[in-house]
Design a protein around this ligand. Sequence first.
Ligand SMILES: [Zn+2]
Length: 306
Amino acid sequence: MFAKIKQIELEQFSILCILGVFGYLDKSFMYFYVFGFLLFVYVYKKYSKYKFTDNKPRYTPKIIVFFFFYYVSILLNPIIVAQSMLQAVGQLYIVIKNFAIFPNVNNHKGIEYCLPFVGTWNVAAGGIEITSSHSWFIVSQRYAYDFYILDKDMKSHKDSHKSLDNYYCYNQKIVAPADGTVIKVKNNVNDSKWIKFGLPDFFTTDFRGNFVVIKHSDNEYSMIAHFKKNSIVVKKGDIVKTGQLIGLCGNSGLSREPHIHFQIQNSPNFFFSVGLPVKFKNYKIINDREASDYIKADDIVQNLTE
Ligand SMILES: [Zn+2]
């Protein structure tokens, strides 16, 4: 327990600044905005090792300040504020409901999934440990993965990074990771036009962008997000088979460059669910590393499903 607490890092408390919104009800909540300054630490750490668009370090002071104000400005988008608050409330609810005990690789024996794309992709983020996790403290996304495609030079695009079409994973086929029934689809969110700055859409109408939720069993649902606008070819109620095309990779929602977000959750509701560890099947890890049942960030993974 103590070891776990030690792994909580300072900048994670920046999330508390959201509580400052309640300052409209009671002024004392305004003090929570002070936690917003920890976003500096968060942004610094995140972007100093960031390599989504190219392999250059991103810790020049100019860029740090730019991203800080960018993230502050995104908090002015009322939909994002509402969704962030809903997520905070939802997470608090499930922490209480589950007595803070969540599924993990030892106690969860669920369905095995195929990778949700065709061919070979890179794991941009995700893993089963606190250090590799997509977002350990957002319990619904604890075992989520971000996938994109890199070339040999670790670049995610050819030529200029300013055009969506230059990104290797943009427009690539996204497929059902297991048999199931489609229960939710959102297909009308714009792809970010801010790609030339490597930024998501400030004005997005959903931080997930376009997404699909598929029910695989009573307590396992896959959620895939950031599809290209109007590319999703399935609709609510459709029965899908493993490997069936569901849409194309895009850059919608809070996405800095084309990628997909993939997670397995225990209920249909994104905001009120618990994330489940994902055991994949029919795949190969291309990079050289010790064998493991679970994939993690920096892995290169090939889908072998026919
Ligand atoms: Zn993600």
